[in-house]
Design a protein. Structure first.
Length: 169
């Protein structure tokens, strides 16, 4: 069971990377790579948003003109699976704080990569929304594990089996 969840988690992370970082066609990405110089990094710093809630407020203010709902909901929904899958895989480190910190590190890594690569734009609001999505996913996980006690028990037993394996070896 855990192998299937691990496979889903890996495929999910790869999907995130594709959608967030490599969202442009290959030719456009290759053109971006050809322009990588010190100026590109400075340009990324110039277009980055380091002010919390600036973009979120803009999306709310101009909801009738921008694709605001898609951007806000997309940033949240993209990380809900993280909040569900992460605690299913790492039972011993599956509390809210662990899920939140690991989601934060992943999102921060993606945003910093976008900042320095020009494959996107750094936005602190993306970090806020993505982490909120992971937290929402964790709440879904906690609420739903009561509906599937057999699955939760099976995953917990697998954890015990892993622990016994490491204690014996």
């Amino acid at each position: 069971m855990r192998k299937w969840i691990r496979l889903c988690f890996v495929l999910y992370i790869l999907f995130l990377i594709k959608v967030i970082i490599f969202k442009y066609p290959f030719e456009q990405l290759a053109a971006i790579v050809e322009t990588w110089q010190r100026d590109v990094i400075l340009e990324g710093l110039g277009t980055a948003n380091f002010v919390p809630f600036k973009t979120i407020k803009m999306y709310i203010r101009y909801a009738d003109r921008l694709n605001s709902f898609e951007n806000l909901a997309g940033n949240i929904l993209a990380f809900v699976p993280f909040g569900i899958l992460y605690p299913m895989l790492w039972k011993r480190k599956s509390g809210f704080f662990d899920v939140f910190v690991n989601a934060f590190v992943l999102v921060l890594g993606i945003e910093v990569f976008q900042l320095f690569s020009a494959f996107g734009a750094f936005d602190v609001d993306d970090i806020i929304l993505n982490c909120f999505g992971a937290a929402a996913g964790y709440v879904v996980y906690v609420k739903c594990r009561g509906f599937f006690p057999a699955l939760h028990r099976k995953l917990s037993m697998e954890d015990e089996d892993y622990g016994a394996y490491f204690e014996e070896n």
